[in-house]
Ligand binder design. Structure first.
Ligand SMILES: [Zn+2]
Length: 331
């Protein structure tokens, strides 16, 4: 079985948790020192309560089962509770929160250790997922861009089939921006198509950047680089389980469908990704330079019907903007 998370993700997650624990410990030491300085009476109560705890542990450990020990344990517990209650009243009257001398962990469930009751805690899983996604994005990524880089002037105003490319592309830009701003896992899947150099990769990367900044779990990747990685994992040439990361991500952006080296394996993986995402109701954005005709010719019906049936088509029009961009930058 493949390991779902990368080795780097484990290292980073553990280091994050260590930092969180250290932070909680430092904060508590500071609180203790502060109370020792400003309210020595409370500090004494605190020390008494620690001493009681030790005594309790000793009793439980050494004399378990004996009748007199049970009684003693009961007594210590009562005493300890009274002391704690009194301490809370004192803390409150001195203007401190009643839990001021307790550890404040980010995750109360596992005290920032990453495990509770012998199983991996949700907080650790979230970190592992986040860092594994980052690793995948790094190894298969497309460059990220920002919506502020959009220049409508690179698109011509001259009508093409009765439509102004600039008007159409400005509309698509606004739609993409609002898609990113209002994103949820119920957002629709999008299918960007049109000739090369019209900004499909640019706009999908803008969406990725905005969502990542907002803390969403997004995989953005070019299929050319992603598919060989999945193949290596399938045939045990490398560790990892990219497929399960693709299944669980809030949004998956797959760039440049049709540019991959096509074989039966890649087709079945593309189908599997699309199908799993559709079945779990999670959105995907796919871009391609292929025309619908080419798409039909290149892929089997199963893939084409998923794309046409479950994705919202977004048609990019105009002439290659890279030339126009160069011209504008020379002006
Ligand atoms: Zn936890």
């Amino acid at each position: 079985m493949n390991v779902k998370y990368t080795k780097g993700a484990f290292e980073r997650a553990e280091s994050d948790l260590r930092e969180r624990r250290e932070k909680a410990q430092t904060e508590r030491s500071e609180h203790l020192e502060e109370v020792a300085r400003n309210a020595p009476e409370i500090y004494r109560m605190y020390n008494d309560s620690v001493a009681l705890n030790y005594e309790l542990m000793e009793c439980i450990g050494l004399q378990a089962g004996k009748e007199d020990a049970r009684q003693r344990i009961q007594e210590i517990r009562q005493k300890s509770k009274m002391l704690r209650d009194a301490m809370h009243v004192m803390l409150d009257s001195c203007g401190y929160p009643t839990d001021y001398l307790q550890y404040h962990y980010q995750c109360e469930k596992c005290s920032d250790t990453g495990y509770h009751d012998g199983i991996r805690c949700e907080c650790m899983k979230n970190l592992l997922e986040k860092y594994t996604t980052e690793d995948i994005n790094r190894s298969c990524s497309i460059e990220l861009h920002d919506f502020s880089e959009f220049v409508p002037e690179v698109y011509s105003e001259e009508l093409m089939n009765g439509i102004s490319p600039r008007k159409r592309m400005t509309g698509i830009f606004n739609d993409c921006k609002s898609y990113a701003e209002n994103f949820s896992v119920n957002s629709p899947s999008l299918f960007f198509f049109g000739k090369t150099g019209l900004g499909k990769t640019f706009l999908s990367s803008c969406i990725a950047k905005k969502l990542i900044e907002d803390g969403h779990n997004v995989v953005y990747s070019s299929l050319v680089r992603l598919l060989p990685q999945i193949e290596d994992e399938r045939f045990h040439r490398s560790d990892g389980d990219t497929m399960s990361i693709l299944r669980d991500a809030e949004l998956v952006i797959l760039d440049d469908l049709g540019s991959e080296f096509q074989k039966q394996f890649t087709d079945s993986v593309i189908y599997e990704i699309l199908n799993e995402r559709i079945n779990t109701g999670r959105p995907t954005i796919i871009s391609t330079n292929l025309t619908t005709k080419e798409l039909d010719k290149k892929y089997n019906d199963r893939i084409v019907s998923r794309l046409t049936g479950c994705f919202m088509p977004v048609m990019f029009i105009g002439n290659d903007v890279r030339q126009e961009k160069r011209r504008l930058s020379l002006l």
